[in-house]
Design a protein around this ligand. Structure first.
Ligand SMILES: Cc1cc2nc3c(=O)[nH]c(=O)nc-3n(C[C@H](O)[C@H](O)[C@H](O)COP(=O)(O)OP(=O)(O)OC[C@H]3O[C@@H](n4cnc5c(N)ncnc54)[C@H](O)[C@@H]3O)c2cc1C
Length: 376
Protein backbone atom coordinates (compact mmCIF):
# COMPACT_ATOMS: atom_id res chain seq x y z
CA UNK A 1 0.00 0.00 0.00
CA UNK A 2 1.38 3.45 -0.91
CA UNK A 3 1.23 6.40 1.48
CA UNK A 4 -0.34 9.75 0.70
CA UNK A 5 3.21 11.17 0.53
CA UNK A 6 4.37 8.59 -1.98
CA UNK A 7 1.39 9.19 -4.23
CA UNK A 8 1.66 12.96 -3.80
CA UNK A 9 5.37 13.03 -4.71
CA UNK A 10 5.75 10.19 -7.22
CA UNK A 11 2.24 10.11 -8.68
CA UNK A 12 2.36 12.76 -11.40
CA UNK A 13 5.03 13.86 -13.89
CA UNK A 14 5.33 15.91 -17.07
CA UNK A 15 7.16 13.04 -18.76
CA UNK A 16 7.44 9.37 -17.82
CA UNK A 17 10.06 7.26 -19.57
CA UNK A 18 9.86 3.46 -19.46
CA UNK A 19 13.30 1.81 -19.44
CA UNK A 20 16.61 3.11 -18.05
CA UNK A 21 18.96 1.76 -20.72
CA UNK A 22 21.12 4.14 -22.72
CA UNK A 23 18.07 5.26 -24.75
CA UNK A 24 15.84 6.10 -21.77
CA UNK A 25 18.64 7.85 -19.86
CA UNK A 26 19.76 9.79 -22.96
CA UNK A 27 16.19 10.88 -23.68
CA UNK A 28 15.78 12.14 -20.09
CA UNK A 29 19.07 14.08 -20.36
CA UNK A 30 18.14 15.64 -23.70
CA UNK A 31 14.71 16.69 -22.37
CA UNK A 32 16.23 18.24 -19.23
CA UNK A 33 19.01 19.92 -21.21
CA UNK A 34 16.32 21.55 -23.35
CA UNK A 35 13.89 22.37 -20.52
CA UNK A 36 15.16 21.97 -16.98
CA UNK A 37 11.71 22.66 -15.49
CA UNK A 38 10.26 19.40 -16.77
CA UNK A 39 9.40 16.92 -14.02
CA UNK A 40 10.65 13.61 -15.38
CA UNK A 41 10.60 10.06 -14.06
CA UNK A 42 12.25 6.94 -15.47
CA UNK A 43 10.52 3.67 -14.61
CA UNK A 44 12.88 0.69 -14.66
CA UNK A 45 11.81 -2.79 -13.68
CA UNK A 46 15.36 -4.07 -13.02
CA UNK A 47 17.84 -3.25 -10.30
CA UNK A 48 20.13 -2.20 -13.16
CA UNK A 49 19.02 -1.54 -16.69
CA UNK A 50 18.30 -5.16 -17.66
CA UNK A 51 18.41 -5.63 -21.40
CA UNK A 52 21.48 -4.63 -23.34
CA UNK A 53 22.96 -1.40 -22.02
CA UNK A 54 24.89 -2.97 -19.12
CA UNK A 55 25.54 -6.25 -20.92
CA UNK A 56 27.19 -5.21 -24.19
CA UNK A 57 30.78 -5.40 -25.44
CA UNK A 58 31.54 -1.69 -25.30
CA UNK A 59 32.43 -1.20 -28.97
CA UNK A 60 32.27 2.46 -29.94
CA UNK A 61 32.02 1.46 -33.58
CA UNK A 62 30.26 2.47 -36.77
CA UNK A 63 30.57 -0.72 -38.87
CA UNK A 64 33.31 -2.92 -40.31
CA UNK A 65 34.17 -2.81 -44.03
CA UNK A 66 32.31 -6.06 -44.79
CA UNK A 67 29.32 -5.00 -42.68
CA UNK A 68 29.00 -1.65 -44.47
CA UNK A 69 29.38 -3.36 -47.87
CA UNK A 70 26.64 -5.81 -46.89
CA UNK A 71 24.42 -2.93 -45.63
CA UNK A 72 24.86 -1.14 -48.96
CA UNK A 73 23.64 -4.30 -50.71
CA UNK A 74 20.70 -4.56 -48.31
CA UNK A 75 19.48 -0.96 -48.08
CA UNK A 76 21.35 1.02 -50.74
CA UNK A 77 24.28 3.41 -50.48
CA UNK A 78 22.39 6.44 -49.20
CA UNK A 79 20.67 4.69 -46.28
CA UNK A 80 23.76 2.68 -45.32
CA UNK A 81 25.84 5.86 -45.24
CA UNK A 82 23.16 7.70 -43.24
CA UNK A 83 23.32 4.91 -40.65
CA UNK A 84 27.12 5.17 -40.38
CA UNK A 85 26.75 8.92 -39.96
CA UNK A 86 24.17 8.45 -37.18
CA UNK A 87 26.54 6.13 -35.30
CA UNK A 88 29.44 8.56 -35.59
CA UNK A 89 27.29 11.54 -34.49
CA UNK A 90 25.78 9.54 -31.63
CA UNK A 91 29.23 8.63 -30.33
CA UNK A 92 30.36 12.24 -30.58
CA UNK A 93 27.31 13.25 -28.57
CA UNK A 94 27.91 10.66 -25.85
CA UNK A 95 31.57 11.69 -25.57
CA UNK A 96 30.66 15.38 -25.41
CA UNK A 97 27.97 14.75 -22.79
CA UNK A 98 30.04 12.72 -20.31
CA UNK A 99 33.68 13.21 -21.35
CA UNK A 100 36.06 10.40 -22.33
CA UNK A 101 37.27 9.71 -18.77
CA UNK A 102 33.76 8.95 -17.55
CA UNK A 103 33.20 6.59 -20.47
CA UNK A 104 36.59 4.91 -20.19
CA UNK A 105 36.83 5.80 -23.89
CA UNK A 106 39.96 4.61 -25.70
CA UNK A 107 40.62 5.40 -29.38
CA UNK A 108 42.73 2.37 -30.18
CA UNK A 109 41.25 1.53 -33.56
CA UNK A 110 40.92 -2.11 -34.54
CA UNK A 111 40.05 -4.07 -37.62
CA UNK A 112 38.39 -6.92 -39.40
CA UNK A 113 39.68 -10.46 -39.86
CA UNK A 114 38.99 -12.18 -43.18
CA UNK A 115 38.80 -15.96 -43.51
CA UNK A 116 40.42 -17.83 -46.42
CA UNK A 117 37.13 -17.92 -48.34
CA UNK A 118 36.52 -14.18 -47.90
CA UNK A 119 37.87 -11.62 -50.27
CA UNK A 120 37.56 -7.85 -50.24
CA UNK A 121 38.98 -6.23 -53.38
CA UNK A 122 41.24 -3.16 -53.20
CA UNK A 123 38.72 -1.16 -55.24
CA UNK A 124 35.98 -1.96 -52.66
CA UNK A 125 38.20 -0.55 -49.89
CA UNK A 126 38.93 2.54 -52.00
CA UNK A 127 35.18 2.93 -52.65
CA UNK A 128 34.36 2.74 -48.91
CA UNK A 129 37.15 5.18 -48.01
CA UNK A 130 35.82 7.67 -50.55
CA UNK A 131 32.29 7.23 -49.23
CA UNK A 132 33.32 7.76 -45.59
CA UNK A 133 35.82 10.56 -46.22
CA UNK A 134 33.30 13.35 -45.55
CA UNK A 135 32.46 11.81 -42.19
CA UNK A 136 35.97 11.07 -40.91
CA UNK A 137 38.18 13.38 -43.02
CA UNK A 138 40.68 10.54 -43.27
CA UNK A 139 41.08 7.11 -44.86
CA UNK A 140 39.26 4.72 -42.53
CA UNK A 141 40.13 1.27 -43.92
CA UNK A 142 43.52 -0.09 -44.95
CA UNK A 143 44.42 -3.66 -45.85
CA UNK A 144 47.37 -4.60 -43.62
CA UNK A 145 47.92 -8.36 -43.48
CA UNK A 146 51.09 -7.96 -41.40
CA UNK A 147 48.83 -7.30 -38.40
CA UNK A 148 47.76 -10.96 -38.39
CA UNK A 149 51.24 -11.90 -37.15
CA UNK A 150 51.72 -8.81 -34.99
CA UNK A 151 48.48 -9.48 -33.13
CA UNK A 152 49.14 -13.24 -32.87
CA UNK A 153 46.01 -14.35 -34.79
CA UNK A 154 46.02 -17.72 -36.59
CA UNK A 155 47.39 -17.03 -40.07
CA UNK A 156 46.54 -20.55 -41.27
CA UNK A 157 42.83 -19.73 -41.12
CA UNK A 158 42.97 -16.09 -42.21
CA UNK A 159 43.51 -14.53 -45.61
CA UNK A 160 43.57 -10.85 -44.69
CA UNK A 161 43.18 -8.04 -42.18
CA UNK A 162 41.49 -4.68 -42.78
CA UNK A 163 42.74 -2.06 -40.36
CA UNK A 164 40.29 0.55 -39.08
CA UNK A 165 41.93 3.55 -37.46
CA UNK A 166 38.75 5.42 -36.48
CA UNK A 167 36.96 3.15 -33.99
CA UNK A 168 37.17 3.16 -30.21
CA UNK A 169 35.93 1.35 -27.13
CA UNK A 170 34.32 2.21 -23.82
CA UNK A 171 34.06 0.65 -20.37
CA UNK A 172 30.36 -0.23 -20.48
CA UNK A 173 29.83 -0.44 -16.71
CA UNK A 174 31.63 2.80 -15.98
CA UNK A 175 29.85 4.60 -18.81
CA UNK A 176 26.37 3.50 -17.73
CA UNK A 177 27.12 4.31 -14.09
CA UNK A 178 28.20 7.82 -15.06
CA UNK A 179 25.28 8.33 -17.44
CA UNK A 180 22.97 7.29 -14.62
CA UNK A 181 24.69 9.72 -12.20
CA UNK A 182 24.53 12.52 -14.76
CA UNK A 183 20.82 11.91 -15.34
CA UNK A 184 20.17 12.07 -11.58
CA UNK A 185 22.23 15.27 -11.34
CA UNK A 186 19.82 16.92 -13.80
CA UNK A 187 16.97 16.25 -11.35
CA UNK A 188 15.39 13.23 -13.02
CA UNK A 189 13.78 10.62 -10.73
CA UNK A 190 14.75 7.01 -11.50
CA UNK A 191 12.48 4.41 -9.90
CA UNK A 192 13.95 0.90 -9.95
CA UNK A 193 11.84 -2.19 -9.40
CA UNK A 194 9.03 -0.38 -11.25
CA UNK A 195 7.57 -2.80 -13.80
CA UNK A 196 5.22 -1.07 -16.24
CA UNK A 197 2.22 -3.26 -17.10
CA UNK A 198 0.04 -0.98 -19.18
CA UNK A 199 -0.10 2.48 -20.72
CA UNK A 200 -3.36 4.17 -21.73
CA UNK A 201 -4.88 7.56 -22.38
CA UNK A 202 -7.46 8.73 -19.85
CA UNK A 203 -9.03 12.08 -20.75
CA UNK A 204 -5.83 13.45 -22.26
CA UNK A 205 -3.70 12.28 -19.37
CA UNK A 206 -1.53 9.21 -19.77
CA UNK A 207 -2.06 6.56 -17.13
CA UNK A 208 0.75 4.13 -16.47
CA UNK A 209 0.01 0.99 -14.47
CA UNK A 210 3.15 0.14 -12.50
CA UNK A 211 3.93 -2.88 -10.33
CA UNK A 212 6.37 -1.97 -7.60
CA UNK A 213 8.58 -4.37 -5.67
CA UNK A 214 7.91 -6.03 -3.31
CA UNK A 215 4.13 -6.09 -3.83
CA UNK A 216 2.62 -2.68 -4.56
CA UNK A 217 0.99 -1.31 -7.63
CA UNK A 218 -0.19 2.16 -8.60
CA UNK A 219 -1.27 4.29 -11.52
CA UNK A 220 1.28 6.96 -12.32
CA UNK A 221 0.00 9.89 -14.37
CA UNK A 222 2.00 11.83 -16.94
CA UNK A 223 1.37 14.37 -19.68
CA UNK A 224 3.58 12.36 -22.03
CA UNK A 225 5.18 8.94 -21.96
CA UNK A 226 8.11 7.53 -23.91
CA UNK A 227 8.66 3.79 -24.16
CA UNK A 228 12.41 3.03 -24.39
CA UNK A 229 12.32 -0.70 -23.75
CA UNK A 230 14.07 -1.84 -26.96
CA UNK A 231 13.61 -5.62 -27.32
CA UNK A 232 10.77 -5.64 -24.76
CA UNK A 233 8.61 -3.10 -26.61
CA UNK A 234 6.35 -5.72 -28.21
CA UNK A 235 4.22 -6.02 -25.07
CA UNK A 236 3.17 -2.36 -25.46
CA UNK A 237 3.05 -2.05 -29.26
CA UNK A 238 2.66 -5.49 -30.85
CA UNK A 239 2.32 -3.98 -34.33
CA UNK A 240 5.83 -2.52 -34.39
CA UNK A 241 8.38 -4.55 -36.37
CA UNK A 242 10.67 -5.59 -33.49
CA UNK A 243 12.22 -8.99 -32.86
CA UNK A 244 14.46 -9.69 -29.88
CA UNK A 245 17.96 -10.98 -30.59
CA UNK A 246 20.00 -12.49 -27.81
CA UNK A 247 23.76 -11.92 -27.78
CA UNK A 248 26.26 -14.30 -26.13
CA UNK A 249 29.49 -12.99 -24.69
CA UNK A 250 32.46 -14.02 -22.51
CA UNK A 251 35.53 -12.52 -20.86
CA UNK A 252 38.89 -14.15 -20.15
CA UNK A 253 41.06 -13.71 -17.10
CA UNK A 254 43.95 -11.26 -17.70
CA UNK A 255 46.51 -12.60 -20.18
CA UNK A 256 50.07 -11.34 -19.62
CA UNK A 257 51.53 -9.74 -22.77
CA UNK A 258 48.28 -9.82 -24.74
CA UNK A 259 49.42 -8.87 -28.25
CA UNK A 260 46.52 -6.71 -29.45
CA UNK A 261 44.63 -3.65 -28.36
CA UNK A 262 41.44 -2.36 -29.97
CA UNK A 263 38.15 -3.71 -31.29
CA UNK A 264 37.90 -6.43 -33.91
CA UNK A 265 35.19 -8.06 -35.98
CA UNK A 266 34.81 -11.07 -38.24
CA UNK A 267 32.09 -12.90 -40.16
CA UNK A 268 30.37 -9.67 -41.35
CA UNK A 269 30.38 -8.31 -37.79
CA UNK A 270 28.55 -11.32 -36.31
CA UNK A 271 31.58 -12.03 -34.09
CA UNK A 272 33.46 -9.31 -32.24
CA UNK A 273 36.29 -9.14 -29.69
CA UNK A 274 38.36 -6.53 -27.90
CA UNK A 275 40.94 -6.10 -25.16
CA UNK A 276 40.04 -4.86 -21.70
CA UNK A 277 43.02 -4.41 -19.34
CA UNK A 278 44.76 -7.49 -20.79
CA UNK A 279 41.55 -9.49 -20.84
CA UNK A 280 39.72 -10.47 -24.02
CA UNK A 281 35.98 -9.79 -24.28
CA UNK A 282 34.51 -11.87 -27.09
CA UNK A 283 30.92 -12.13 -28.25
CA UNK A 284 28.52 -12.83 -31.07
CA UNK A 285 27.55 -15.90 -33.06
CA UNK A 286 23.82 -15.18 -33.23
CA UNK A 287 23.96 -16.25 -36.88
CA UNK A 288 24.75 -19.84 -35.80
CA UNK A 289 21.34 -20.23 -34.19
CA UNK A 290 19.00 -17.36 -35.15
CA UNK A 291 15.93 -19.32 -34.05
CA UNK A 292 17.02 -20.00 -30.47
CA UNK A 293 18.44 -16.51 -30.11
CA UNK A 294 15.17 -14.81 -31.07
CA UNK A 295 14.14 -14.54 -27.44
CA UNK A 296 13.96 -12.13 -24.51
CA UNK A 297 15.12 -14.87 -22.13
CA UNK A 298 18.47 -13.73 -20.72
CA UNK A 299 20.26 -17.09 -20.72
CA UNK A 300 23.36 -18.86 -22.01
CA UNK A 301 23.24 -20.74 -25.34
CA UNK A 302 25.73 -23.58 -24.83
CA UNK A 303 26.30 -24.22 -28.56
CA UNK A 304 27.17 -20.62 -29.29
CA UNK A 305 29.31 -20.27 -26.17
CA UNK A 306 31.22 -23.39 -27.28
CA UNK A 307 31.78 -21.83 -30.69
CA UNK A 308 33.09 -18.68 -28.97
CA UNK A 309 35.53 -20.82 -26.95
CA UNK A 310 36.62 -22.61 -30.15
CA UNK A 311 37.34 -19.39 -32.06
CA UNK A 312 39.09 -17.92 -29.04
CA UNK A 313 41.50 -20.85 -28.92
CA UNK A 314 41.92 -21.52 -32.64
CA UNK A 315 41.71 -18.07 -34.18
CA UNK A 316 42.28 -15.25 -31.69
CA UNK A 317 44.70 -16.67 -29.11
CA UNK A 318 46.30 -19.72 -30.82
CA UNK A 319 49.65 -19.12 -29.10
CA UNK A 320 48.43 -18.23 -25.59
CA UNK A 321 47.05 -20.20 -22.71
CA UNK A 322 44.04 -18.52 -21.15
CA UNK A 323 41.14 -19.09 -18.79
CA UNK A 324 37.55 -17.94 -19.27
CA UNK A 325 36.47 -15.88 -16.30
CA UNK A 326 32.77 -15.30 -17.00
CA UNK A 327 30.04 -15.80 -19.60
CA UNK A 328 26.79 -13.86 -19.97
CA UNK A 329 24.05 -12.86 -22.40
CA UNK A 330 22.02 -9.75 -23.22
CA UNK A 331 19.05 -8.91 -25.42
CA UNK A 332 19.10 -6.65 -28.46
CA UNK A 333 16.29 -5.67 -30.83
CA UNK A 334 16.18 -6.11 -34.60
CA UNK A 335 13.73 -5.57 -37.45
CA UNK A 336 13.45 -6.10 -41.16
CA UNK A 337 15.70 -3.15 -41.77
CA UNK A 338 18.52 -1.75 -39.67
CA UNK A 339 17.06 1.68 -38.89
CA UNK A 340 15.92 2.44 -35.34
CA UNK A 341 12.29 3.27 -34.55
CA UNK A 342 11.73 6.80 -33.24
CA UNK A 343 8.07 7.67 -33.43
CA UNK A 344 4.90 9.07 -31.94
CA UNK A 345 2.73 5.99 -31.53
CA UNK A 346 -0.36 7.78 -30.26
CA UNK A 347 -1.31 11.19 -28.90
CA UNK A 348 1.29 11.86 -26.15
CA UNK A 349 2.72 8.33 -26.41
CA UNK A 350 6.15 7.87 -28.03
CA UNK A 351 8.64 5.07 -28.63
CA UNK A 352 12.39 4.87 -29.31
CA UNK A 353 13.58 1.32 -29.81
CA UNK A 354 15.10 -1.33 -32.16
CA UNK A 355 18.70 -0.23 -31.80
CA UNK A 356 20.05 -3.15 -33.84
CA UNK A 357 23.09 -4.02 -31.75
CA UNK A 358 24.51 -0.50 -32.10
CA UNK A 359 22.99 1.28 -29.12
CA UNK A 360 26.19 2.65 -27.64
CA UNK A 361 26.78 4.39 -30.92
CA UNK A 362 23.28 5.63 -31.66
CA UNK A 363 21.53 5.72 -28.24
CA UNK A 364 22.38 9.36 -27.44
CA UNK A 365 21.29 10.64 -30.83
CA UNK A 366 18.05 8.69 -30.67
CA UNK A 367 17.29 10.21 -27.27
CA UNK A 368 18.00 13.66 -28.70
CA UNK A 369 15.76 13.09 -31.74
CA UNK A 370 12.87 11.83 -29.64
CA UNK A 371 13.26 14.72 -27.18
CA UNK A 372 12.94 17.13 -30.11
CA UNK A 373 9.80 15.33 -31.30
CA UNK A 374 8.22 15.31 -27.81
CA UNK A 375 8.84 19.02 -27.25
CA UNK A 376 7.55 20.12 -30.66
C1 LIG B 1 25.87 -9.02 -25.94
C2 LIG B 1 25.66 -7.65 -26.50
C3 LIG B 1 26.73 -6.96 -27.06
C4 LIG B 1 26.54 -5.68 -27.59
N1 LIG B 1 27.63 -4.98 -28.01
C5 LIG B 1 27.48 -3.71 -28.43
C6 LIG B 1 28.60 -2.93 -28.77
O1 LIG B 1 29.73 -3.38 -28.62
N2 LIG B 1 28.40 -1.68 -29.26
C7 LIG B 1 27.14 -1.15 -29.40
O2 LIG B 1 27.01 -0.02 -29.87
N3 LIG B 1 26.05 -1.85 -29.02
C8 LIG B 1 26.20 -3.10 -28.55
N4 LIG B 1 25.11 -3.83 -28.15
C9 LIG B 1 23.77 -3.21 -28.32
C10 LIG B 1 23.48 -2.15 -27.27
O3 LIG B 1 23.85 -2.61 -26.00
C11 LIG B 1 21.96 -1.86 -27.34
O4 LIG B 1 21.62 -1.45 -28.66
C12 LIG B 1 21.56 -0.75 -26.37
O5 LIG B 1 22.07 -0.98 -25.10
C13 LIG B 1 20.03 -0.66 -26.31
O6 LIG B 1 19.73 0.29 -25.34
P1 LIG B 1 18.23 0.56 -24.90
O7 LIG B 1 18.29 1.54 -23.82
O8 LIG B 1 17.42 0.91 -26.11
O9 LIG B 1 17.71 -0.86 -24.40
P2 LIG B 1 18.06 -1.67 -23.07
O10 LIG B 1 19.44 -1.42 -22.62
O11 LIG B 1 17.67 -3.08 -23.35
O12 LIG B 1 17.10 -1.03 -22.00
C14 LIG B 1 15.72 -1.29 -21.98
C15 LIG B 1 15.29 -1.23 -20.54
O13 LIG B 1 13.87 -1.32 -20.44
C16 LIG B 1 13.56 -2.02 -19.25
N5 LIG B 1 12.20 -2.53 -19.36
C17 LIG B 1 11.73 -3.42 -20.26
N6 LIG B 1 10.41 -3.64 -20.07
C18 LIG B 1 10.05 -2.87 -19.02
C19 LIG B 1 8.81 -2.67 -18.34
N7 LIG B 1 7.69 -3.30 -18.71
N8 LIG B 1 8.78 -1.82 -17.27
C20 LIG B 1 9.92 -1.16 -16.88
N9 LIG B 1 11.11 -1.33 -17.49
C21 LIG B 1 11.17 -2.16 -18.55
C22 LIG B 1 14.62 -3.13 -19.20
O14 LIG B 1 14.75 -3.63 -17.89
C23 LIG B 1 15.85 -2.38 -19.71
O15 LIG B 1 16.62 -1.86 -18.65
C24 LIG B 1 25.25 -5.09 -27.60
C25 LIG B 1 24.18 -5.77 -27.03
C26 LIG B 1 24.38 -7.04 -26.47
C27 LIG B 1 23.21 -7.75 -25.85
Amino acid sequence: MLSFWEINTFGRYDVAIVGSGITGLSLACSLKEKNQNLKIVILERGTFPTGASTKNAGFACFGSACEILSDIKLMGEEQALALVEKRVKGLQMLRARLGDDKLGYLAQGGGELLFKNENVEADQIAYLNKLLYNIHQQEVFKVDNSKIDTYGFNKNILSGFINNSCEGQIDTGLAMHNLWQYTLSLGVDILNGADVQDIYDNNDEINIAVNLQPNNSYILKASKVAVCTNAFTGMFFPDLDIAPGRGQILVTKPIPDLKFKGIFHFDDGYFYFRDYYNRVIFGGGRNIDFEKETTTDIAINEDIQQRLSYYLKELILPHESFEIDHRWAGIMAFGKDKTPIIKQVDKNIYAACRLNGMGIAIGSLIGEELAGMMLE
